[in-house]
Design a protein around this ligand. Structure first.
Ligand code: HEC
Length: 147
């Protein structure tokens, strides 16, 4: 191999390494739309002020053990969980997702994480109230998930 060829091979290897490092970050994309029957569903309680209060109470009962009293991800059961429970107040998780997506997540849970499915324990009205409550934590961001 000529010195030039060696330089070329090294440059290609370095480029490959860089791409390999970047790739995982680009595959963990925000999923804007939930699958199947959850796609495109509108929150029937989005304008319902009582849903915020009801959702807050449901959150205290069902979610704070992991997500914390302040929905910041620091619940008593959070330590040791990988990935840790989402910070639903201080992060972009809620603003970046549609109501339909949030409803889907708390209905079906999240595979590969400790996030449980609440389809069997909370009825639809309760799950939508939770979505309304989560949205109320982000008053300045009207949810406009990327199409
Ligand atoms: C046993 C612990 C636990 C409980 C209880 C729990 N969660 Fe979670 N939750 C998690 C974990 C772990 C994640 C995953 C975070 C991640 O993917 O990075 C998560 C993620 C989420 C997400 C983000 C989903 C996403 O796709 O990023 C939302 C929204 C959420 N939880 C809402 C709730 C609500 C509402 C409740 C109560 C009805 C609840 N969680 C109860 C552990 C829990």
């Amino acid at each position: 191999m000529t010195p030039r060829a060696i330089v070329l091979v090294l440059a290609l290897a370095a480029g490959g390494l860089v791409l390999w490092r970047i790739a995982p970050a680009t595959t963990t994309r925000v999923q804007a739309e939930p699958p199947g029957p959850y796609a495109g569903r509108a929150n029937p309680r989005s304008a319902d002020a009582s849903a915020v209060t009801a959702g807050a109470a449901l959150f205290q009962e069902n979610c704070t053990s992991c997500h914390g009293d302040h929905a910041d991800g620091h619940g008593v059961a959070a330590s040791g969980l990988t990935p840790p429970p989402a910070d639903l107040r201080g992060s972009t998780v809620v603003p970046e997702h549609s109501d339909a997506y949030l409803f889907y997540r708390l209905s079906e849970g999240k595979a590969g994480t400790a996030m449980p499915a609440f389809r069997g324990t909370l009825d639809e009205q309760e799950r939508w109230a939770l979505v309304t409550y989560l949205r109320s934590l982000h008053p300045s961001s009207s949810h406009q998930p990327a199409p």
